[in-house]
Design a protein around this ligand. Structure first.
Ligand SMILES: Nc1ncnc2c1ncn2[C@@H]1O[C@H](COP(=O)(O)OP(=O)(O)OP(=O)(O)O)[C@@H](O)[C@H]1O
Length: 606
């Protein structure tokens, strides 16, 4: 095991305590009554078998001593045990799954809520934080199954107490037998660890196997798989990976079985000696026949208990570690909630947005992406950002959306530092359309309407946004219009072309009408230049009208100069700096970088 993994396995006590608390709170918040009933049932069921064993002892003692009262009591305990076991099973089966499902649902909901509540996206990009998040995501199922493990632990605890009580009732010295069982606990624990390590070791191979299967299943890959005759390559690779996985896991199981059988045999020999000892003393009247029967019947229970305890200790540890990471995430979210930013967003812009000495370095990056940016974006203006790939345009847009804060300098909104404005007030006043938009697998209506969740049910608003995004033709072609489910993951889902998806994403960006800032980062890259041009002409008009009301600024990133020239202000970026600023006419007259790029593109389209 690597050092990193070993370190990840240890959980300091205070963190373990917090993890337990979070676990309990999560379970109780999910289904308080069901959780209590399930816990009681777990305890009842766990003590049933030991109680019945004691009933058998009473029965045997009653029969050998011809004591009617003891016979009745023994019989009653045995029958009562059957009744409890029957009723417990009947009651717990339907509620067990419901409770586990509810707890799992709660955990997944909280996890999503906490992750999305973080106002910045730094956590996705800081490698160390991203690694932890990935672990939490991968192991979320552990949090989900935690309730079943908790019940199991409660059951094992109750069972241990009951079995110890039984052995102690025969002779206190017999309490040493479960101590021997600790050897079994140790060997089982080692085996589980070994198997889990093997599973972790083979996880990358499993991911590769899944990927290979996906390649063969996905219709989009069908063409290349067949044209290049990839069948033998895929099949051989899959077979090799399967063989490697099998070898690693079989070795772990073989070693585990060997250790387990040695420890089990040793336990069996000592337990048999204990039975012989009790038997010998029973002949001299020190123990009853019932005691002998009890000891024999308890043997498999001690063995089972030891195995169950080992599994439970292992899984409880793993679940606690997962809750520990989840707790860390909640703390991280609280620490990064920007709760100090309390200034309200202005109702309208009067001056505009200005950058003063803004520099920015991505988390985990050695080099800065933006250097010393000084820029004024006047209220009510449409600003185009141009520049070569990697010049820093998208980064500037992300800073405006406050997905990150500048590393140096400040961005001011009508004079107020963006850092001081409450993100919960700023975000609803901006909207955005990106080149890498999300293909939400919702209905067409929802795909657009989520652009303004406050007005999701406003049919007029949705229709107007669709008009502004020039997406009417897309909706008309859908079999159920706006109610059509989009995406291939659903049997009735309809997939769209890249350009169609993009028009809907653009319509989504236009759902919010009175924005202070509209960010459009190559939102029409999948459309042809003519469509982009028409769209922007239409849209620039609308945004000027809106700007008169709110003083809102529109930022447009585009590589197409025919569109860019429509902007009031053009900002040319180069190597993370502002190289030129001005109107189209001014920049052409300047004869600099913009003029050169514009001439080159105009020539290409001629
Ligand atoms: N998340 C990130 N982490 C580290 N570096 C990044 C990240 N995103 C972008 N960069 C780097 O920042 C620089 C500027 O990227 P940015 O996306 O802002 O450029 P751009 O001008 O929008 O380019 P394009 O025209 O290709 O979209 C690039 O060198 C890029 O590699």
């Amino acid at each position: 095991m690597t050092d990193k993994k070993a370190a990840d396995r240890s959980l300091p006590l205070p963190e373990a305590v917090r993890a337990v608390r979070l676990w309990a709170v999560t379970a109780f918040r999910a289904a308080p009554l069901l959780v209590v009933v399930q816990c009681l049932l777990a305890i009842l069921q766990a003590v049933t078998a030991p109680a019945q064993t004691y009933g058998v002892k009473l029965l045997v003692d009653g029969l050998t001593g011809r004591d009617a009262a003891t016979i009745w009591l023994g019989s009653a305990v045995i029958l009562g045990g059957f009744a409890v076991s029957f009723v417990g099973t009947v009651v717990s089966i339907p509620i067990q799954d419901t409770t586990a499902e509810r707890v799992a649902g709660r955990v997944y909901r909280d996890l999503l809520d906490v992750t999305v509540s973080i106002p910045s996206i730094t956590h996705h990009e800081d490698p160390e934080v991203a690694d932890r998040l990935e672990l939490i995501r991968e192991q979320a199922w552990r949090l989900g199954m935690s309730f079943e493990m908790l019940l199991f632990a409660i059951g094992i605890g109750a069972n241990t107490v009951a079995v110890l009580g039984l052995l102690g009732s025969v002779h206190p010295a017999l309490l040493l037998l479960p101590l021997l069982g600790l050897g079994r606990v140790w060997s089982s624990y080692r085996n589980i660890r070994r198997v889990q390590d093997a599973i972790e070791e083979t996880a990358p191979r499993h991911r590769m196997i899944d990927r290979l299967i996906e390649i063969s299943k996905d219709a989009r890959n069908g063409l290349e798989v067949r044209v290049f005759g990839l069948r033998p390559v895929l099949v051989d690779r899959l077979a090799r990976l399967h063989d490697e996985v099998f070898d690693i896991q079989a070795t772990a199981l073989r070693r585990g079985a060997l250790l387990d059988s040695v420890v089990r045999a040793a336990f069996g020999v000592v337990y048999a000696a204990a039975i012989v000892w009790v038997l010998a003393r029973a002949r001299s009247g020190q123990f009853s026949a019932g005691d002998v029967v009890l000891l024999i019947l308890v043997a498999p229970q001690v063995d089972q208990l030891a195995g169950g305890l080992a599994g439970n200790v292992y899984w409880m540890g793993e679940i606690l570690r997962s809750f520990g990471r989840y707790d860390w995430l909640r703390e991280y979210a609280a620490r990064n909630s920007w709760s100090d930013s309390r200034a309200p967003a202005p109702p309208r812009l009067t001056e505009g947005i200005s950058f003063r000495g803004v520099g920015f370095r991505y988390p985990g990056s050695e080099q800065a992406t933006l250097h010393d940016v000084d820029l004024d974006l006047p209220a009510g203006s449409t600003v185009a950002l141009v520049g070569e790939n990697g010049a820093g345009k998208t980064t500037l847009v992300k800073l405006l959306a406050r997905l990150y804060d500048p590393t140096t300098g400040s961005i001011r909104v009508d004079g107020t530092d963006l850092r001081d404005i409450d993100p919960a007030g700023w975000r609803p006043r901006i909207s955005a359309g990106f080149q890498d938009f999300v293909k939400f697998q919702f209905t067409a209506r929802e795909v657009v309407a989520i652009g303004d969740t406050e007005r999701m049910d406003d049919e007029h608003a949705v229709a107007a946004a669709i008009r502004r995004g020039d997406a009417e033709a897309v909706v008309e072609k859908l079999p159920r219009g706006l109610d059509t489910q989009l995406g291939r993951k659903f049997s009735e889902g309809v997939d769209l072309s890249g350009g169609q998806w993009q028009r809907l994403a653009l319509a989504r960006a236009f759902m919010r009408e009175r924005t202070l800032l509209l960010l459009l980062d190559e939102p029409t890259a999948a459309l042809d230049p003519e469509a982009e041009h028409v769209l922007f002409e239409r849209f620039a008009q609308a945004s000027r009208l809106a700007a008169a009301e709110t003083g809102g600024v529109t930022i447009l990133v585009s590589h197409r100069f025919s569109t860019v020239r429509m902007a009031d202000l053009i900002v040319v970026m180069a190597d993370g700096r502002v190289a030129e600023v001005g109107s189209h006419e001014e920049l052409v007259a300047l004869g600099g970088r913009y003029a050169e790029l514009f001439r080159m593109q105009a020539r290409a389209y001629r």
